[in-house]
Design a protein around this ligand. Structure first.
Ligand code: SF4
Length: 344
């Protein structure tokens, strides 16, 4: 069991159950997040009896271990984490001058089965626990000796399909006793689970929401993203608007541009119609080939036409920066490569 998955209230509850003083909870949180220890034995100001009791009951101060890292020339680093049950999951570190971002996974594998995604091809294995998500961020910061300022939950998995664990992990990541990351610096990326978007809107948190749109007619979107059959574009549009108006936060619409698939004049008109008139922002992403894919990216001229016309229609639109693009677009590939090499 992971101490890292406990909120402050739960940590105090644990102390109560062990007949320990309540201030021990804050001491443990300090060891976990300020000093970032990975072993209960290192929590030197705890009484021996409490450290023993925690260890004997199976509590631990580390939820996952770094199994593999891969660096790009620009400082971006991909991590493969080994989980206690033998599974693995990825994380990515993206350093910039003023921000240190971690791209976090929320599940081992993913059930959404999007056609353009490496993770979707390996299937769903399990949800990550809150402790595993928190520790992935903590361990990257620890290794880089940096304070992580931003988190994007855009790695493997559909975060909103792991709703309770995700919310708990984010609560700990933003708490002053945890990693103290501002909610406005945390982004959740979803394939479009409408009930969870609406539930999250009601909570009133300041998290940024990014929705993988990628098509603006139901037939095409259902073929690219099977989730669209359950939650078609009309419902998704309403949910996005609701999230924006409830939180006052601009919702990002992610649009991967695939040549000859979703980059026609009609697609552009559909995208403008979807994004216009509310607090949205469109992020265009040139398609990045995954192994075995028959698709390629839209041409530069097409991408620029999309960008210009969106902006002319008064919709904030950006082209994903090239920095880290390779790493982010390749979400799931490190794990997939490892699974493949283990098979041979
Ligand atoms: S794009 Fe995201 S939601 Fe779709 S299969 Fe990949 S990880 Fe899952």
């Amino acid at each position: 069991m992971d101490l890292l998955g406990l909120t402050r209230d739960e940590m105090r509850e644990l102390m109560r159950s062990l007949d320990a003083e309540l201030f021990r909870a804050d001491q443990i949180l300090n060891w976990l997040y300020d000093r970032q220890v990975t072993d209960i034995g290192e929590m030197r100001n705890l009484p021996d009896g409490l450290r023993r009791a925690l260890t004997e009951r199976g509590w631990r101060a580390q939820a996952l271990a770094v199994a593999l890292t891969r660096s790009a020339g620009d400082g971006t680093e991909r991590y493969l984490f080994a989980l206690a049950d033998g599974e693995s999951v990825e994380g990515v570190y993206l350093p910039e001058k003023k921000r240190q971002t971690v791209c976090l996974s929320s599940q081992v594998g993913c059930a959404m089965n999007c056609r353009f995604c490496a993770t979707g091809q390996t299937g769903f294995v399990r949800n990550l626990s809150a402790g595993e998500m928190v520790d992935a961020v903590r361990q990257i910061g620890r290794r880089k000796q940096k304070r992580i300022s931003h988190v994007v939950v855009m790695g493997q998995g559909e975060p909103l399909a792991n709703y309770d664990n995700l919310l708990k992990a984010l609560e700990i990541l933003k708490a002053p006793y945890g990693l103290n990351i501002s909610a406005r610096h945390i982004s959740i990326s979803t394939a479009g689970l409408v009930p969870q978007i609406l539930a999250l809107a009601k909570k009133g948190f300041q998290y940024n929401l990014a929705v993988s749109l990628h098509a603006t007619n139901d037939e095409l979107r259902s073929s690219l993203m099977p989730v669209n059959r359950a939650y078609p574009l009309g419902d998704l549009h309403d949910a996005c608007r609701e999230y924006a108006s409830a939180t006052g936060r601009r919702v990002t619409l992610e649009y991967i541009m695939i040549r000859g698939i979703n980059d026609s004049r009609k697609d552009l008109e559909g995208l403008i119609a979807f994004a216009k008139g509310w607090l949205s922002h469109v992020n265009l992403i040139p398609f990045h080939s995954v192994p075995g894919s028959q698709w390629t990216a839209s041409t530069r001229a097409t991408i620029e036409r999309f960008l210009d016309d969106l902006q002319r229609a008064g919709i904030p639109a950006t082209l994903r920066r090239s920095r880290g693009e390779e790493v982010l677009a390749a979400c799931g590939q490190l794990r997939q490569e490892t699974i493949m090499s283990n098979k041979h």
